[in-house]
Design a protein around this ligand. Sequence first.
Ligand SMILES: Cc1cc2nc3c(=O)[nH]c(=O)nc-3n(C[C@H](O)[C@H](O)[C@H](O)COP(=O)(O)OP(=O)(O)OC[C@H]3O[C@@H](n4cnc5c(N)ncnc54)[C@H](O)[C@@H]3O)c2cc1C
Length: 425
Amino acid sequence: MSDRADTVIVGGGVAGFQAAMTLRRLWPEKTVTLLDKEEETGYYRTLLPQFINGTLPENKLFFPPSADDRHLRILTAVRVESIDREKRTLRLSGRGDLHYQRLLIACGGRPLVPQPFVGADCAGIFPVRSLTAARMARQWLTSHPEVVVLGGGLVGVKTAAHLAGFGYTVTLIERDDTLLPLALSAAAAGLVADHLRQKKIRLLLGRTVDDLHSTAGAISAVQVGGDWLPCQTLMVATGSLPDLAWLHDSGLLSEGRLEVAPTLQTADPHIFAAGDAVTIVDSARYTPWTWPQAVVQGALAGENCHAAVPRSLRRYSRVNTMNLNGLSLAILGLPVPGAARAVYAPAGAGIYRELFHQDGTIVGGALVGDISLGGRFHQLMATGLAGERDLESLLVPRKGVWSPQAAVFVRNVRRARILPQGVER
Ligand SMILES: Cc1cc2nc3c(=O)[nH]c(=O)nc-3n(C[C@H](O)[C@H](O)[C@H](O)COP(=O)(O)OP(=O)(O)OC[C@H]3O[C@@H](n4cnc5c(N)ncnc54)[C@H](O)[C@@H]3O)c2cc1C
């Protein structure tokens, strides 16, 4: 293998792939090498719950294949171990050094595994993050149907929702008193909780796991409060942190964070970064670690890598839509202190739509059970043009009213826009 590339990308998640496709489109003469430590790369991480429950075949997990491209190399099962910024080289596991002209870091996050599970030497515990772990969980679940999902954030709620109804008993444990505490108001989260209970998921809110019990080398129970709960499969979804250990002596980290400017440039002008790995420093620090942000940032970082005048990221929002196995959900942002609230929540309809607004600007909200006009609200948030509009009546769902922005909004969260450029696997 050649030991140099014009641009090297660390991480073959959606940010890394978007960056690679953008680089190849904008600079067809420049070579790109994309590295990932996983065996496979380029898949929809957000669809892992549907893969784990067996409804999504493995081949549907991957980004659409594209034509051969001799200027793009994708190397899997290669871990980047360290960086030498002076020599502009990366040390790769078992493959020597690789020189870069520009480096793009898109190494994403690693799952947080809380005590008492750190180093627990027993089978049946699966962090929800990688395809490798998802494959093992999918197989294990067939004979271990008593499931506990730990963590009621986005990943835990999705995992629990998609495991319900397949013959498993599912318990979801969340330390906070409400689900999705970093994304939804208590009122909006209440509707999500109702939906999960209807799916026969047992919710233990305001609780956590204190201890575990194993039998014959496999998890058999977890302790919650003073009680022991049968548990043959534990899905750990207690959050993730940037996977930055390989950068520890690079001089690129600030108090452990990989900080970038709004142009996604790091402290080193030859190095850009995007996605779940980064903290963006502008008027404040932003960590919008979501799929739509990884898509947009990956493309922008790829574009800026060789641009004479790099462009800045325009939005740091965590706006996001998903389907929780029958309940549609659009997250626009948490309540902001001092903001007013407009609500549409007809009794018994299974719909809750709210917007938070301040000085004529929409600053957050959520659409639960009916996400129509989500793109319109996102657009009004981004442009700050809500003005004197009657938000209560704007919240009334109107099917079939779609702006071009709404179409983009939905398309972006369903599928990353992987451009049909050549990919060598
Ligand atoms: C089950 C699940 C469901 C989710 N659902 C949603 C959702 O509905 N909506 C939403 O907005 N977000 C969701 N997310 C979060 C979303 O998937 C992430 O925000 C997004 O994948 C981040 O993309 P990324 O490319 O920055 O990082 P990642 O997808 O984490 O990719 C980083 C890649 O870098 C590789 N890597 C790391 N370190 C090294 C190294 N040293 N050497 C080589 N390779 C390395 C990793 O193997 C990994 O493949 C979900 C996440 C999970 C796990």
